[in-house]
Design a binder for this molecule. Structure first.
Ligand code: GLA
Length: 695
């Protein structure tokens, strides 16, 4: 029984009413087992070295038109000079359909819009795999869904190898040597140090996916030893966990030769805002380490990307990757992504909005369906998150501050959780065996989930109402809405704003559901529905009372995004960040969570880790750290002409499917290529230039 949250947190506004009595009667249970739902295909499990290695090959190849139009005419050095001495080599034995052929396009459809290309400076590119295709990171996690459990460790990527010092406090990492950005500029430790010192350590910058110093451990340092070697120093011994933080999206360096001149540290004329916005979507050919470079942008229409002539990965026959010459990102809606992928006018979708499952399944089952659709495990989950900062994050006004105090009160959160009818909420999205009751915390069916450690407050509106009465929230003016106690926020109606993302029907449908379910509880919840980027900005800035959102990979894998499982640093956690004075006002149970997460990171003993995650789940769910809503499976939809799609690739696990399927290895047999390329036989231009250049 945890009374401390009440005693410390929200007591100030509660007129000293005792809630202990009500608390004692709360009925909790373990959650019901999710309905049976078998994933449709299983991965072929392998070790890391079965997938790739780094080595020099005798000779290299590239598309014929590059040779004739660019190399033979002196516009580009020969492919062997553009590749690193020892490129990353994908092994044929791990390619489901073997060595591929060049050409064709993967036509993505996305619901986001690009803010610009300064990914490490905090700009979004529109999601849906576009940034995943541009950025390469020190390590890589997407393909881990197919790695044997006993060898689970991030794949090497820009970092080709690493070794730990004997005492485990130092990690020396070796970068791939001689790799180049897509404009031919050398990639080296200068790019890493620019990211670390001027983005992670510089508090004025918020990299897109939220890397902060604590993401890599309190007191961690990074130094460059030489052009291709860096040394990490950690306070913990052997914190192998941080290798996951070095993957997408928290350690993917940007092109320092292009970004540095705009960063305020090197260019005092620029503000941080100017730095962030220095590379708008119209700025084409931003140098990348990824397989494709943006060469065309038409607002609300399309982003076209062409193959990176300096890409540093090859197949075993020496063919420079990627096989696909072009990538499209049609700027539309997420729902349209499903529709187009099923219809064949788009090529790829993560089917994740449960409302469209029945129709998508029906169409895909037809023999003439252009795309295959494959369901995976239940890794899509939504929660109602409350803003936990009581000391000023997001600069709350008086009403908002009063809500924060409620959010910080255990009995309040318990009451909200009990007022949510999760069965009904899930069924409102889709009927059938898809959705499962989700109390919060780790998802059922994932590695670290333990049912017996999961505290579930079943739907009980009557008790929820009694608890709010006990908290002194009473409808004093008879308008059907409870009021704050006199002296708090002027005794006005308890009104709570709920932030949600209008880019997804599921987000707003679930938010609407929550709003409706709070009405019989006497709480007026007001929709604050915002388009994706605006929503993300408000969430980042702490400008919300409540938020309904789809959760990140940490609730699925635990090992990815681990430091974000609790407020381990001032800016690492999604809904509790430091207030105006830079400190975190953690509740005692949050301190416990922080300690558990730190202990988890500090040990690599599997039994101990499992035990720690049981504790995490217990403390999380007992305290209703967030109100879980529903969890369900997603399906990967890919046009049938694409080859080398790994079996059992989930739409979301250690990363999104756009990373999981290893797109640089995906190909379309020549005879199946439908001729969708918009800029055939062209390559990216110089940075900032007008678009693709032809030979
Ligand atoms: C969005 C989409 C996901 C996935 C990711 C990739 O969030 O909703 O399905 O494509 O982008 O970043």
């Amino acid at each position: 029984m945890r009374k401390h949250a009440f005693a410390l947190g929200g007591a100030s506004l509660l007129l000293g009413v005792s809630v202990i009595a009500a608390h004692a009667q709360i009925e909790t249970t373990t959650p019901p087992d999710p309905p049976e739902f078998a994933a449709q295909s299983e991965p072929v499990f392998v070790g890391v070295s079965d997938i790739l290695e780094y080595r020099a090959l005798d000779s290299y190849n590239e598309p014929e038109w590059i040779k004739t139009n660019f190399v033979d005419t002196g516009k580009l050095p020969p492919v062997e000079e553009r590749l690193p001495a020892e490129p990353l080599v994908y092994k044929t034995s791990n390619m489901p359909d073997g060595v591929g052929t060049y050409g064709d396009v993967m036509r993505h459809v996305i619901g986001g819009r690009p803010e610009g290309w300064n990914y490490i400076g905090g700009q979004a590119q529109g999601w849906g795999g576009i940034d995943i295709g541009l950025s390469e990171c020190l390590t890589r996690t997407g393909p881990l869904f197919m790695i044997n459990a006993d060898e689970l460790e991030p794949l090497p990527n820009l970092a080709k190898s690493w070794e730990w010092s004997e005492d485990g406090h130092e990690l020396t990492m070796h970068l791939i040597e001689g790799a180049k950005w897509s404009d031919g500029d050398p990639f080296d430790t200068e790019d890493l140090m620019f990211y670390w010192e001027d983005h992670i350590l510089d508090q004025n910058v918020s990299p897109l996916n939220g890397g902060t110093p604590e993401t890599f451990g309190v007191g961690t340092t990074l130094e460059a030893i030489d052009e291709y070697t860096v040394k990490w120093t950690f306070q913990e011994a052997f914190p192998t966990q941080y290798l996951y933080a070095m993957a997408y999206g928290t350690f993917c360096p940007g092109p320092s030769h292009i970004l540095k001149p705009e960063h305020p540290k090197y260019n005092p004329d620029n503000t941080y805002e100017e730095y962030k916005n220095a590379f708008p979507p119209e700025y084409l050919n931003i140098p990348v380490m990824g397989a494709w470079v943006p060469v065309e942008y038409r607002p609300d229409d399309i982003i076209v990307m062409r193959r990176n002539p300096y890409y540093w990965k090859v197949d075993e026959e020496g063919n420079q990757l990627p096989y696909l010459d072009e990538m499209h990102y049609r700027l539309s809606t997420w729902a349209d992504r499903d529709v187009q992928a099923v219809a064949g006018s788009g090529d790829f979708s993560n089917l994740e909005q449960a409302e469209s499952y029945v129709e998508a399944l029906r169409r895909s089952a037809e023999e003439t369906a252009p795309a295959r659709l494959q369901f995976g495990a239940r890794t899509i989950g939504y929660a109602l998150r409350m803003n936990f900062s009581g000391n000023g994050w997001g600069e709350p006004d008086e009403r908002e501050q009063a809500i924060r105090e409620l959010n910080r009160t255990l009995e309040f959160r318990q009451a909200i959780s009990m007022a949510v009818d999760r069965q009904r909420l899930g069924e409102s999205l889709v009927r059938g065996p898809f959705t499962a009751i989700y109390p919060g915390g780790l998802y059922a069916g994932t590695t670290y989930y333990d049912k017996d450690s999961t505290v579930y407050y079943p739907f009980n509106l009557e008790q929820a109402n009694a608890m709010l009465d006990e908290l002194g929230l009473v409808d004093t003016d008879g308008n059907g809405v409870r009021n704050f106690p006199e002296g708090t926020a002027g005794g006005q109606d308890v009104e709570i704003t709920l932030l949600a993302n209008t880019d997804y029907a599921t987000d707003t449908n679930l938010a609407e559901g929550v709003i409706a379910m709070m009405e019989p509880l006497g709480l007026r919840v007001i929709a604050n529905f915002q388009q994706g980027t605006a929503r993300d900005d408000m969430a980042q800035a702490g400008q919300y009372d409540w938020s309904v959102e789809r959760q990140g990979a940490e609730m699925v894998s635990v090992v990815q995004g681990t430091s974000g499982l609790a407020p381990t640093g001032p800016r690492t956690h999604p809904f509790h960040r430091a207030g105006t004075d830079g400190t975190l006002d953690l509740l005692p149970f949050e301190e416990e969570l922080v300690q558990i997460v730190r202990d988890f990171i500090a040990t690599s003993d599997n039994a101990e880790r499992a035990e720690l995650m049981k504790q995490y789940q217990q403390v999380f769910t007992e305290n209703v750290y967030s109100v879980g809503l529903t969890q369900y499976p997603g399906a990967l939809i890919i046009n049938k002409r694409f080859k080398n799609i790994p079996a059992g690739a989930p739409i979301f696990m250690f990363n999104w499917a756009e990373d999981n399927i290893i797109r640089e290895r995906v190909f379309v047999p020549t005879e199946d290529q439908p001729g969708h390329e918009l800029h055939p036989q062209t390559l990216p231009d110089v940075p900032g230039g007008g678009g693709p250049i032809s030979g």
